[in-house]
Structures are given as C-alpha cells and as structure tokens.
Ligand binder design. Structure first.
Ligand SMILES: *Cc1c(COP(=O)(O)O)cnc(C)c1O
Length: 405
C-alpha cells in the first residue's frame, strides 16, 4: 500500500483568502449598490508594456520559421537574457555577478519554494514574522518545520524573527543559529527595507555562523531611497553566503507571463560542495526552462524603451502608495512601508484586531484590505493595503477612509 507525503497534510489551508472572499461576497450581497474598492490586491493591474508585447510577437513569429525555430532552452536560460541581467542588475551596481551564475526560471514563487531542495532535510529555517508564506510552506512540505501549534500560529522547528514597530521591522539575531535564513527585502507585507549596513550585519552573521541567506528581491524595482541596497551582493562577502531570487512579476507586470531568475554565486560553497553545481543539477533535472518567447520578452524589459515603460508603471503604483500613506497619516494612523515597496502596513486602532479592522473598513468604507495576522503571528494588530489598484480608486478609497468615525 502506498503512502502519501504526510508533510503535505500538515499545511493548514489558506483560510486567509477564502475568509476574505466569503466576507466580501456577503457584503456585496447585502449592499448590491455599493461600489467596493479592493486595496488588498497582491497582483499588478497595468497591462504588459508595449516594448515587451512587440518582443513577444516577434519571438512567436520566429518559432514559426524553420531558420529561427527554437526547441528546448539551455538549462540555465538563454545567454542573451542572462548577460543583460548580469550587466544591468549587477555589474552596473558594482556587484561581481557573472551571466553563468544566473538561472532563468518561471518566477520567484517556484524558485523560493524549490531552493530548499538542495539543503539537508534536518536544516533549521529562520523567517521574519510576518512574511510572504511560501518560505515556510515549502519547508513544511519538505518536513523541516516540525508541528504546527494553532494557539500560537507557529511551527515547532522554525526560528521566527519578530518584526514589529518596536524594532522598526528589522529583526534581531536569534538565540539559536539557523542554517537557512529567508530575507524578503523590500518586505512583503511590511514594505520594510534594510540600510546597507543593516544588511551587511546579516551577511556577516551568516558568514560567521555558516548559515545561508535566501534573499528574495522581488520588489527591488520599488526602492527609491539611496542607502537601500538593490541586491544582497552590494554587501561584502555576500557571494560566499547568499542566494538571490528575483522576478519580472511586480516590476514589469509578468504575473501572468511568468519569468524570474535565481543567482547562485560560484563562490557559494558548503564545505567543498558548490551550491551552484547543486542548483544546476536540480534545475536541469526537474525544470523545463522558461520558454524562448518569454525570455525574449524579459530581454525587452532591459531595452531602453522597455526600461522606461516599466519605470513608468512602477511610478504609477508608487503614486498610489503615496496617496495611501499620506491619507492614512492625516487620518491619524501609524503607517509603515510604501516608500520602497508597493505595500503599506498600518497599525490597527487601539483595541481593534486585524480581522476587526477588516470588518470595520469593509462595512463602513466599502474598502477591502488584508489582515496582517495572515502573514504571521506578529502581523496581528496590523493591516496591509496595496498600491496595485487604479489611481482613481485609490484616491476614492482614501477619501472614504478619512470620513470614518
Ligand atoms: C509576488 C511575490 C513573488 C512571486 O513572484 P513570481 O515571480 O510571480 O512567482 C515572490 N516573492 C514575493 C515576496 C512576492 O511578493
């Protein structure tokens, strides 16, 4: 009799988004005439840029001609894309990353979920609390997280790094040394970034303790402040301890197109074993590669025209972020994030939990957001609004919010 992987059954279902959907459906039924505004969206809404669409059309045509047809893509991805990434994202910023250290993929969710496969099954994992749920979930499925305690919302073997207003959402080093440390910067959901010296401390910590950092930079394009690093490799010694994951989803609207990449430096060694070699083995065996057509679309993002078009899209969302930030502040809220990230993280009013605030906002303003507790126990008492809506709706939502009792 076969058995299933029991670790998969340990994962509690995504009650967060199903509960939100139920509450929204109930509200819409009770108030069919009310215009609901969604500021809980974790997905881009602007269409893919014209320069990218043109590249897609052209690549599709190439696939229909014998002379330009392409079959399987190379394991690491096409050289034309890897080299432009190495030049523009890394070398131009003084990071010593070469094209052959970049692995093209179908996105950051797969890479951040799959990367744990190259590590030992008894490695301990540290995550910031709150954080994007994929890091814990993928390690739960691999059997690294122990058991879940519904009372505390925590896994027995996970090392949590609390990020709250009191520590400026910058975690302290844990008492117990983790093997694998996930850092998402700029952070989803808090919008937090580290200064270069704060990140350098984590890189030094990892090098000193023999830990590896998995650095998710999906929101790198939203960084507006000078002293905030765009890449972990801006820190000294990071090529010896960090893997960086990036995505075309949030900067270039590729959430439905699918493209991302992971950097595994050749200097990254576990004893004398190269993690680059390990990931190459994983990538070449269990992954079919991003399609040629999509990799050409990714290349177009780095063209002068593509770059300026996607910069315009990021600026559009960040204008919304400013509207949300300023509106909330003038209404007396404690507000975080929204400067280097499309996420605004607010403290719920005294005596109101995350879900109570969700109901309050929905009932009184017709605005939908995301309760902070959905991203980890330390998110309780906080709430996330996102800048991915339309400008008109964002302005309208904040007008309603300012009118609240
Ligand atoms: C949206 C998001 C991703 C997903 O990226 P894809 O490339 O679309 O898979 C990864 N990491 C974080 C933190 C995200 O918020």
């Amino acid at each position: 009799m076969y058995k299933i992987n029991e670790n998969y059954q340990k994962l509690p279902g995504s009650y967060l988004f199903s509960t939100i959907a139920q509450k929204v459906a109930a509200y819409t039924k009770a108030h069919p005439d009310k215009n609901l505004i969604r500021l809980g969206i974790g997905d881009v809404t602007l269409p893919v840029a014209p320069a990218v669409i043109r590249a897609l059309h052209q690549a599709v045509d190439e696939m229909g001609q014998a002379e330009t047809f392409r079959g399987y893509a190379p394991d690491l991805g096409y050289e034309f894309l890897r080299s432009v990434i190495a030049e523009q994202d890394y070398k131009a910023r003084g990071c010593e990353i070469n094209a052959d250290e970049i692995f093209i993929s179908d996105g950051a969710k797969s890479d951040s979920g799959n990367i744990q496969e190259i590590f030992g099954s008894d490695c301990t994992v540290a995550v910031t609390d709150p954080v994007y749920p994929v890091y814990i979930d993928s390690n739960v499925m691999a059997g690294r997280c122990g058991t879940f305690d519904p009372d505390t919302g925590r896994w027995s073997r996970v090392i949590y790094l609390p990020c709250v207003a009191e520590n400026g959402f910058v975690p302290e080093f844990p008492k117990e040394t983790p093997d694998i440390i996930y850092l998402c910067l700029p952070n989803n959901p808090t919008g937090t970034t580290f200064t270069k010296s704060q990140l350098q401390e984590w890189v030094d910590y990892a090098n000193r303790n023999g830990s590896v950092i998995i650095y998710d930079a999906a929101y790198e394009a939203y960084i507006s402040q000078e002293d905030v690093p765009r890449s972990v490799y801006e820190c000294e010694g990071a090529t010896a301890c960090a893997i960086e994951i990036r995505s075309f989803s949030k900067n270039a609207g590729f959430t439905g197109v699918r493209l991302g990449f992971t950097v595994v430096p050749k200097k990254l060694l576990c004893g004398d074993v190269s993690l680059h070699g390990m990931w190459a083995r994983r990538h070449g065996t269990k992954y079919n590669g991003a399609p040629y057509i999509i990799q050409r679309a990714g290349e177009a993002v780095y063209s002068e025209e593509g770059r300026s078009q996607i910069t315009g899209q990021v600026a559009y969302y960040m204008k919304n972020a400013a509207v949300i930030r300023k509106g909330l502040q003038s209404a007396g809220y404690e507000v975080y994030g929204g400067i280097n990230a499309p996420y605004i993280w607010l403290k719920t009013p005294e005596g109101m939990g995350s879900w109570e605030f969700f109901d309050y906002l929905l009932e009184n303003a017709g605005v939908v957001g995301t309760p902070g507790c959905g991203f980890g126990p330390c998110g309780e008492g906080y709430f996330r609004l996102t800048a991915f809506g339309s400008y008109e709706n964002t302005v309208k939502a904040l007008e309603r919010l300012k009118m609240l009792p």
